[in-house]
Every structure is written in structure tokens, then in C-alpha cells.
Design a binder for this molecule. Structure first.
Ligand code: G6P
Length: 620
């Protein structure tokens, strides 16, 4: 989503802010902007550019502005198209103050109408611009007292916001305001950094404070004072920042997505090794104060509720099968965006587990906050140790996928699936339903599945690029089917194709085909069939594939060794070694992702940064 970065200190802010923005560009990349109090003119100056951050950087190289106080923004449009006018920073009427904002101001229309009636002139279609004008008005209404104006501002804004304000007549001050959207402050020597995510300034300071919910801060180069929205002072707790910024490059691969597809075997290995090494201390208390929780506690478990969005939700849907079939725990994976709007039935022995690669997804965070409001304990499975979910959930399990740069999730997905598989087996072992040797064997099988995933990439790479992708790249619709655990896998495959190749794709449980979707089958609508290693499941899927062929459909099949009829029936086929059904999805993952990648490449899509999307979705 959008990211905000601010700097006040002894250096010039432009390069610091731009570097911070570039580290967070995965959050949004349809326009970018920078504002500072320019050293030469002492005026609030600004540069904005439509498109990726590199356009802004180029513009600033041609027409430099710089100063010791600066703010910047990369945008993922919510209100108003991606344009120069809608790009942040936004200004008041007299261009004496400027604001960058991440979040959504839900009541902006009413506020805007009121401000317009008082003579304010708006130049953008965004919700964010209202913050600048409302602050301008609040300053006038409160005799230019900044504290009173800030309190008045936040009392009128509804929604979620992380914003940074710079004022021309306060050239040593940044105002940071936070409600729901995260904002953190890095404490340096005679310099302060503000950002949506610590990654923006990791390596520049090792001291960080996360702005508490519904607070604002006056940030100067040598001091930070924080207040509640009721203007009461808040003591900030400084934490040691142990996040390193690892400048990741493509390591010779054409795209990050391709690199990340190839990193999956090692990511599974790292995730499982770390889990095994910390077996008795796996579920860490997020505040690091209490000792780790033993798995004995999980003996009380009666059910599991998994929450997530997008690919993380798909991993959760796959996890349902692990927990139910291995650990005997009734499990459902709910979409976080829907969960809190349904009737909630509290259950004492239910474990709530939020899955999120980034740990920042607003819908998932809000679901967790809803659960906390209901007195429920939560855990998270996430890939980012410094994330908000880790801070807010009681316990956490870290996947070790490493930074995932492509918007489409690949290795994060596989490590989530691996984590869920490991946990299900571990809990079953603790509960006595799986023996120690069974648990050890499950770990070996998981690592072997990672090996087979990689073998699949080697085996099918040229077949994908030379034969299969060219055969389907021109299609404008695609259907995916699977049964049992391969159905949520089909959901993930359909999402990948939509995200990166812009092909309308729909996934169905194979048995549902005859209840409607069969009407869609024709020569132009291929069906990708994900088989299943179980012989009974296979027979059913085979029948479904035959029904497709009988209607002149094209079948692209992912099958397992020995499934001869489906191999012969399919137009194109990938054959995988027989593994336990639970691991079948891991084994198929690499080839599935590589195929979607190859199709997107043939269609000339921007694979790592698909149109309209963002990697971390911090608005609801
Ligand atoms: C975005 C990304 C998806 C991701 C989803 C959930 O939509 O583009 O790839 O699956 O957010 O993200 P999370 O970080 O919570 O796993």
C-alpha cells in the first residue's frame, strides 16, 4: 500500500527519504512524491511524478530540491486515479504545510464539503488532501497553536491513517500521526527517521519506537514528544532494531518472481530447520518478556481458526487438511476481510492463527484486533519479524522465506504451507496421536517434497517455456479444478494467473463443475486439472476431466505417476512422483508457478509489479 517516509536531522533529507521509499516501494508504485523545506529558498518545495519511484528520482536529479526536513510517499491509489495532482504530498491553500498519508479518511467527503464552504480550494480527488486543509483550518481556529490544532485535526478524521506533516514556519519539526496504520520512528544521533515500516531506515539506526495506536508525535532532530489524541503525554519505549536491510538483487534472474520460485526448496528447509531447532520454544511471546509457551498448552486445543487474505488464505485452506487429518483438530480458514463481519461464537479452546507474509495486511490485523476485543488469544504465522502482527499477536511463528520482492507470493506461500504442515504434525505428536518416529518422518517427507518441487522445475522448465505456455498464453479465460487439498491449490493457481498474466481465471472444486461451470467449457476456455495422489480422489477427478473432453474442452493436467488415463486424456501434462496427499501441493507448486510466470512473460506483463496491485495491503 502507500508508504510514508520522513526525515529530520543533520543530513540533507532527499536521498534518505528516497532510499527509504525505494525499500518500501513494494507497498505501492503508481506515483511518488517528495517535499522539503528547501535549504536555498527556505520555502516548502515539492516534486511529484506518476509511475514508479524511478520517475521521481529522475525528476529530482534534473530539478533538485533538498533540505534537512523532508517527507516522501509512494502511492497505491484508493481515491482518485494515479496522476500528478493525486500524488502526495498534499498541501494547504497557501502551500505552507504539506502532508503524506497512508490509510483512508472515511469521512473525507463531508470534511471536504465543509472546508470548501469555508473557502478552501482542493486540487486533487484524494481523501488525503483533506488532512492538509483541515490542519490549516485547525491552526487558524486555534490561534496557530500546533498542539491544539493537531488534537482538533485527529478528533475530526475518521478512518485509518499514518501521516507525516511538515510546516514551512517550523523548519525543524515533523508531526507524525498514527491511527490504525503503522508508523515508527528511528532514533539516530542528531537525526530522526519516520516511516511506515522499519525497513525504510534499517541500518541507519538501531533504535526504534513504534508509535502507539491513536497518538501523535512532534519529531525534531534531537527530541521526540508523543501525545495521545486527548493530548496526554505518552512515554515511548525504545526497542533495539535487529532488522537488517538486505539489499536483494535478482541474482542473475530476469525477475524477482523467477528467483523466488527457485528459492523455495531452501526456504522450506530454513523454515523447518528453525522450527525443529526451537521445538520447545517455538511459539514465542511477542514481547519477549515471558518465557516461551510449551506445546503442552496446545493439548487443550479443541479447534483452530485460521485467518488470512489472498495467498495466505489459500495456504490456510490447505492447512485445514493438515490439522483435521493429522491432529484431529476441526479447522477452518476464514478470509480476514469477511471474518469480523460475521456472527462471532467465542470458544475457549479455539486457537486463532493469523497468516500473513508481510504481517501488515490491514484486513488481517483488524480481524486480530477484533479477536483481542473479544478476549481471544491469537498467534500469527508471518515472514517478517518486525511486523505489526508479531507485535500485536500473543505468539508468533516465523517462516524463513527471506525477503519476497515480487508482488505475487511464491516462496512465502510454500513456507506457510510447510509451517502449517509442521505445526499440525508437532501438535499431533504433543497430543499423542503421532509417534516420535512419525513426527520425524513427517519432517523428512516435507524436506523431500521441497526437493521434488525443485526437481519439477528442472524437469519441466523447457517444456513450460517452449510448449505449454505458448499453447495457452493467448487465452483470455482459464478454469482450474481440484479436489480435497488440491482444490485450495487450484484457488492459488487461479490467483497467480490473474495477478501476473491478467487472465480471467476461476477455480472450482472439481465436483462442482457439473453444477454450472461446465456451461463455460469450449475450445477457448482451457481447464487446468489438479489431480490427487489418492486413488479414489483420482478416479473422481478423471471423470471430471472426461466430462470436459466430452464437451471439446482443452485439458492441462497436473497428475501423479501411474495415473495413465488422465495422462493420455490431457492435451498437456505434468507428471509428479506419488507423495502423501498432504505434500502433493508442495510438489506441484514450483511447476504451477513457473507456468504462470511463463504465460505472463509471453503476454509482456510487468511480472514483479503487476498493474493495480501492491505487495502489502495496509488499507481495508
Ligand atoms: C496482497 C498480495 C498477495 C498477498 C495478500 C496477503 O494482495 O498481493 O500476494 O497474498 O496481499 O498478504 P499477506 O502479507 O497478508 O500475506
Amino acid at each position: 500500500m502507500c508508504s510514508v517516509v520522513g526525515y529530520v536531522g543533520h543530513r540533507q533529507s532527499c536521498s534518505v527519504v528516497l532510499e527509504g521509499l525505494s525499500r518500501l516501494e513494494y507497498r505501492g508504485y503508481d506515483s511518488a512524491g517528495f517535499a522539503c523545506i528547501d535549504t536555498r529558498t527556505q520555502q516548502l518545495s515539492c516534486a511529484k511524478a506518476v509511475g514508479k519511484l524511478s520517475s521521481l528520482t529522475q525528476q529530482l536529479q534534473q530539478n533538485p530540491i533538498d533540505g534537512s526536513v523532508g517527507i516522501g510517499h509512494t502511492r497505491w491509489a484508493t481515491h482518485g486515479v494515479a496522476s500528478q495532482a493525486n500524488a502526495h504530498p498534499h498541501f494547504d491553500c497557501f502551500k505552507t504545510l504539506s502532508v503524506v498519508h497512508n490509510g483512508i479518511i472515511e469521512n473525507y467527503q463531508a470534511l471536504k464539503a465543509e472546508l470548501e464552504s469555508k473557502g478552501h480550494v482542493f486540487v486533487s480527488a484524494t481523501d488525503s488532501e483533506v488532512i492538509a486543509h483541515l490542519f490549516e483550518q485547525s491552526l487558524v481556529d486555534h490561534g496557530h497553536c500546533i498542539s491544539k490544532a493537531t488534537t482538533a485535526l485527529v478528533s475530526q478524521l475518521h478512518g485509518a491513517y499514518a501521516c507525516i506533516i511538515v510546516m514551512q514556519n517550523q523548519p525543524d519539526l515533523l508531526i507524525a500521526i498514527r491511527k490504525s496504520s503503522p508508523l515508527c520512528i528511528g532514533f539516530g544521533t542528531q537525526e530522526m527517521f519516520i516511516a511506515s515500516d522499519v525497513l525504510a531506515f534499517a541500518g541507519k539506526t538501531d533504535k526504534v519506537a513504534f508509535l502507539p495506536e491513536q497518538t501523535y508525535a512532534f519529531v525534531k532532530q534531537d527530541s521526540v514528544s508523543v501525545y495521545t489524541f486527548n493530548n496526554e503525554p505518552v512515554a515511548l519505549s525504545l526497542q533495539k532494531l535487529d532488522v537488517a536491510w538486505l539489499a536483494t538483487d535478482k541474482a542473475g534472474y530476469e525477475h524477482y518472481m523467477l528467483k523466488e520460485i527457485y528459492e523455495q526448496k531452501s526456504a522450506i528447509y530454513k523454515t523447518i530447520t528453525a522450527a525443529c531447532q526451537n521445538e520447545d520454544s517455538l511459539w514465542h511471546f511477542a514481547n519477549d518478556q515471558a518465557k516461551s509457551l510449551s506445546f503442552a498448552d496446545d493439548k487443550q486445543l479443541k479447534s483452530l481458526k485460521i485467518l488470512g487474505c489472498g495467498t495466505s488464505w489459500h495456504a490456510g485452506r490447505i492447512g485445514e487438511f493438515f490439522f483435521e487429518e493429522v491432529a484431529g483438530l476441526p479447522t477452518t480458514a476464514a478470509l480476514a476481510s469477511e471474518f469480523r463481519y460475521r456472527t462471532f461464537f467465542p470458544s475457549k479452546n479455539t486457537l486463532y492463527c493469523a497468516i500473513s507474509q508481510s504481517g501488515e495486511t490491514a484486513d488481517t490485523l483488524e480481524a486480530v484486533r477484533f479477536l483481542h476485543g473479544q478476549g481471544c488469544a491469537t498467534t500469527t504465522i508471518t515472514n517478517v519479524a518486525s511486523s505489526t502482527l508479531v507485535r500485536e499477536c500473543g505468539r508468533y511463528f516465523l517462516t524463513h522465506a527471506g525477503p519476497e520482492m515480487a508482488v505475487a507470493s511464491t516462496k512465502a506461500f510454500t513456507t506457510q504451507v510447510a509451517a502449517l504442515y509442521w505445526l499440525a504434525n508437532r501438535i499431533a505428536y504433543e497430543q499423542g496421536t503421532v509417534t516420535l518416529s512419525g513426527y520425524n518422518a513427517s519432517n523428512d517427507a516435507l524436506l523431500m517434497a521441497g526437493e521434488l518441487l525443485e526437481n519439477g522445475l528442472e524437469t519441466y522448465r523447457s517444456y513450460i517455456f517452449q510448449t505449454v505456455a505458448p499453447a495457452y498464453a493467448a487465452c483470455e479465460k482459464f478454469i482450474f479444478i481440484g479436489r480435497h487439498i488440491t482444490y485450495p491449490f487450484a484457488l492459488e493457481a487461479a490467483l497467480k494467473l490473474k495477478e501476473i498474466a491478467y487472465i480471467f481465471s476461476q477455480a472450482y472444486p472439481a465436483g462442482e463443475l457439473k453444477h454450472g461451470p461446465l456451461a463455460l467449457i469450449d475450445e477457448d476456455t482451457p481447464v487446468c486439472v489438479f489431480s490427487h495422489p489418492d486413488p479414489i480422489m483420482y478416479q473422481k477427478i478423471l471423470s471430471n476431466a472426461q466430462e470436459i473432453k466430452a464437451r471439446k474442452g482443452r485439458v492441462l493436467a497436473f497428475v501423479f505417476e501411474g495415473q495413465t488415463e488422465l495422462i493420455q486424456l490431457a492435451d498437456h501434462v505434468f507428471v509428479f512422483p506419488i507423495v502423501h496427499p498432504h505434500l502433493s501441493v508442495v510438489v506441484m507448486t514450483g511447476v504451477m508457478q513457473l507456468l504462470m510466470y511463463a504465460i505472463a512473460k509471453l503476454r509482456g506483463c510487468d511480472i514483479d509489479r503487476p498493474r493495480n496491485l501492491a505487495k502489502s495491503v495496509t488499507v481495508e
